[in-house]
Write a protein that binds this ligand. Structure first.
Ligand code: GLP
Length: 241
């Protein structure tokens, strides 16, 4: 596991974008796993700039996202499909048909999970998986649990996760879905490379546990210690410097 320490969020966004840009340059038809949350937004802005200035090309790229709220349609402003369209896809030359997220509108959990596992099997293996980390150590929406997940799951979100994400729902907890579909940890670990981006002092404690603590499903991100090719890009605040 390599850890790149950068000064601040701006540097993190640029360094993470450069890392992914290198992947796309080396393999233009890369399968990239993408993430939502606030942390990658600056990186996505930088990737958009690089794409619009001709430095990188998304025309052969396939993307598979980590997760989606159960019950939200893709045109719901808080759905992760909407987020990805808004923050990346509609600004770069990726083909819409090459972008995949779990379908939050499928009612039947088993069906939704099976469908997304089929997508991952079909387009995979993932060349580079981007991750953020939740305050409780979750990756994707894989919450702390008794065991690591394998394939796609329907997860009941932790209260803390719902509170953290309420900011996107005008602070109204009642609007935050109770469940989400998420790529499983087994699928994340099958990615050839993983890029974890972390910013801010409020993530310092959990990042330290993930990187240096025991590998345990009570801190889902700790499993990354067992992956052969993880790059962590974190700002000084997140590294407690
Ligand atoms: C959500 C997403 C995660 C993300 C996490 C942290 O719960 N499902 O994939 O890593 O939020 O988000 P942020 O970067 O906003 O702290």
């Amino acid at each position: 596991m390599r850890v790149l320490s950068v000064k601040n969020y701006d540097e993190l966004s640029k360094a993470a974008a450069r890392y992914m840009a290198a992947q796309l340059t080396l393999k233009p038809d890369s399968v990239i796993g993408l993430a939502t949350g606030s942390t990658p937004v600056g990186m996505y802005k930088e990737l958009i700039r690089m794409n619009q200035s001709g430095e990188i090309d998304f025309s052969e790229v396939i993307s598979v996202n980590l997760d989606e709220y159960k019950g939200l349609a893709g045109d719901h402003p808080q759905s992760y499909r909407y987020f990805m369209n808004d923050n990346l896809f509609k600004h770069v030359n990726i083909f819409a048909d090459n972008t995949f997220l779990p379908d939050g509108q499928i009612e039947d959990d088993l069906q939704a999970c099976q469908d997304y596992d089929d997508v991952i099997d079909c387009v995979g293996p993932i060349d580079m998986q981007l991750l953020g980390i939740g305050h409780n150590g979750h990756i994707g929406f894989n919450e702390p649990a008794d065991a690591f997940t394998t394939g796609t799951q329907c997860i009941t979100l932790d209260e803390r996760t719902r509170q953290a994400n309420a900011r996107f729902f005008d602070g109204d907890m009642s609007q935050v879905p109770a469940k989400a579909y998420t790529m499983g940890i087994g699928s994340i670990m099958k990615a050839k490379k993983i890029l974890l981006v972390v910013t801010g002092a409020e993530k310092a404690e959990i990042l330290d546990k993930a990187l240096n603590g025991p590998v345990t499903p009570s801190v889902p991100a700790s499993i990354l210690q067992l992956h052969p090719d993880v790059m962590v890009i974190a700002d000084e605040a997140a590294l407690g410097i």
